[in-house]
Ligand binder design. Structure first.
Ligand code: SF4
Length: 231
């Protein structure tokens, strides 16, 4: 099977069987989505959704968060991963939004990536969901699933992103990100992929293979670059 045939089969299946796919983060506006995505690095959406209602109620806008101290923000985020760094990033991000963008979330990916706590993955999520730009955010799930399925052999999130964008039509890029994340979260999980139940196994390069080793390697690599704020 060629890579093109694999892409065609897999994304045709998703289009037919998963016509609706969206972020599992809870948010009401672009600012809240940006905060939630920053908090979600190396953390589950479920955990983030537990802390954001109180955080958003206390700091409903960029100017309110920009004026907050670390000690005021930390208690709201202390149960997510890396709470110290994330509390500092949120305040600095809000301060830059107020200083440079009148408190609004910019649409430009380079502008988004200037914001503290925002790497390429987060910038692409915002650009795709909020501004409907045809980009694909590559997080740990998208990276792992793309490799296993045989959609990409890229060794970095950026290389996988470029492979996916090369093959997936503009009209499907926004939803493709959600298809791959949700598939990775619920079916093609890092340690125990559910190959016998997987609807994509007929086209998957690594169906039923032993994935313990590659999962560990990919997980360690992504955790390291995520900690550095690269994705
Ligand atoms: S067949 Fe297995 S490895 Fe392939 S995508 Fe499905 S769960 Fe993942």
């Amino acid at each position: 099977m060629t890579r093109k045939e694999r892409y065609n089969a897999i994304f045709e299946w998703f289009a037919l069987n998963r016509p609706v796919a969206q972020s599992e983060l809870h948010y009401a506006n672009p600012f809240q989505l940006l905060v939630a995505v920053i908090l979600s690095a190396q953390c589950t959406d479920k955990r983030v959704n537990m802390v954001t209602p109180a955080l958003f109620a206390r700091f409903p806008s960029a100017d309110k968060l920009a004026a907050a101290s670390f000690d005021e923000v930390y208690p709201f985020v202390k149960s997510v991963s890396y709470p110290n760094a994330k509390a500092r990033h949120l305040i600095a991000m809000a301060q830059m939004l107020v200083a440079d963008y009148d408190g609004a979330v910019p649409a430009d990916i380079d502008a988004l990536m200037r914001l503290p706590g925002v790497g390429r993955k987060t910038a692409n999520v915002i650009a795709s969901i909020v501004y409907d730009q045809p980009v694909i955010a590559v997080d740990t799930h998208v990276f792992r699933v793309s490799h296993r399925l045989g959609l990409s052999d890229g060794s970095t999130p950026r290389a996988v992103e470029l492979d996916l964008e090369r093959h997936i039509p503009v009209s499907q890029r926004a939803i493709a990100h959600h298809w791959l994340i949700l598939h990775g979260r619920y079916v093609c999980t890092a340690r125990n992929p559910k190959c016998p139940e997987c609807p994509l196994s007929a086209w998957c390069r690594e169906a039923f293979a032993d994935k313990e080793e590659v999962a560990a390697e990919v997980g360690e690599y992504l955790a390291a670059i995520d900690r550095m704020g690269i994705i």
